[in-house]
Design a protein around this ligand. Structure first.
Ligand SMILES: Nc1ncnc2c1ncn2[C@@H]1O[C@H](COP(=O)(O)OP(=O)(O)OP(=O)(O)O)[C@@H](O)[C@H]1O
Ligand SMILES: [Mg+2]
Length: 343
């Protein structure tokens, strides 16, 4: 699979991994913008660096992990404190090691965190720098230790405390969290533990100049490129357009298909919206994108529209960038579909 130019993002993250840890980094961006792909590229490009030890966990692969699953995802029984992650073997990333006789049926959070600390400190004693990366971190949201939801401790909240201590306080380890859930980013942004202890990095749509360059290299002519660039924003769309051309579809045909599919999906979604949502309000929100691709937060985030807004974000119609204070469709093709629906 070809990797399209993400030079700026790859360079930023590569450099970041080599600086002294000082805060938690949240990498966010529109659905399918390429966050995971860029992060994996960074790990790959740094794989020759003997002094970096990556702990990479991709929670995308799991439905909603239970406490037991969380433990098996993050830990491996071994005499070593950190060991290669067999599930991600090609990447050369690691898992936290725990003693073979450790009973992990019902551990306390303190035990779990002590093990993470031991692993991190062993890496440092070995003269290396640990980098902890968690993809789709919000999946740990519903895990509780030491009791059920009401009396127990939220794993995620406690993990944030640990992460702040590992980064901002002790500067031991990088912690990079990726997420496509922008309402989750908003929660994080307003979380008091994380104030002044976190940074945000946006991996956005491909920029037009890069898209033009890719299409040119792939043999598209000027007319095709100038047309396509008005509809493309995500890397997988670029690949699809290239493949479709090979299959004999014109740029216009591919674009037409995309917009029709997106429009149908949107219509279906609205028709099946939960009863407590108001269709007029959904349309009122979408209407703001009639002339503009980007809208300021305050134009939409109002008490009377909040449930409809969250519905559109959760269903990946809109991307909410709390850090920059803007809302936009998750892709340019979605924007065109919204506009057609409003006609
Ligand atoms: N730079 C790139 N070059 C080529 N293909 C890419 C690139 N970035 C992403 N893709 C492709 O786009 C699709 C989505 O990428 P990826 O899963 O990395 O996005 P994501 O932002 O992590 O998505 P999600 O929001 O679902 O987590 C994948 O099929 C991937 O192969
Ligand atoms: Mg991803």
């Amino acid at each position: 699979m070809k990797f399209y130019n993400r030079e700026k993002e790859v360079r930023f993250l590569k450099t970041y991994c080599q600086l002294e840890p000082n805060s938690i980094l949240f990498v966010y961006g529109p659905k399918s913008s390429g966050k995971t792909t860029v992060m994996l590229r960074v790990i790959e490009e740094l794989s020759n660096r003997e002094d970096l030890v990556f702990f990479y966990y991709d929670l995308r692969k799991y439905a909603t992990p239970t406490k037991e699953e969380f433990l098996t995802i993050f830990f491996e029984k071994s005499d070593k404190k950190y060991i290669p992650n067999k599930l991600e073997f090609n990447l050369g990333v690691f898992k936290f090691g725990i003693e073979k006789n450790q009973d992990f049926k019902n551990p306390s959070l303190n035990d779990v965190f002590a093990k993470i600390n031991e692993s991190i400190n062993t890496v440092i004693k070995d003269g290396k720098k640990p980098v902890l990366i968690i993809d789709e971190l919000q999946k740990l949201k519903n895990i509780y230790f030491n009791g059920n939801n009401k009396e127990g401790k939220s794993l995620l909240n406690e993990l944030f405390n640990l992460f702040v201590s590992l980064t901002k306080m002790e500067h031991l380890c990088h912690v990079i969290c990726l997420t496509s859930d922008t309402l989750f980013i908003e929660e994080i942004y307003n979380n008091s533990t994380l104030k002044n202890a976190s940074e945000y990095y946006l991996i956005d749509w491909l920029n037009k100049e890069d898209i033009k360059k890719i299409l040119k290299e792939e043999g598209f002519d000027e007319k095709e490129i100038n047309y396509a660039v008005n509809y493309l924003s995500l890397p997988y769309e670029v690949s699809q357009l290239i493949n479709n051309k090979k299959l004999g579809l014109s740029v216009e045909e591919t674009v037409r298909q995309w917009i029709n599919i997106e429009k149908d999906k949107l219509q279906y979604l609205i028709a099946n919206a939960p009863d407590e949502l108001n269709e007029n309000k959904i349309n009122e929100i979408l209407d703001k994108f009639k002339n503009d691709i980007k809208v300021k937060n305050e134009e939409i985030i109002k008490k009377e529209l909040i449930n409809e807004f969250k519905f559109l974000v959760n269903n990946e119609i809109l991307f909410y960038d709390v850090i920059n204070g803007i809302i936009k469709p998750t892709s340019i093709k979605k924007w065109h579909a919204i506009k057609e629906l409003l006609k």
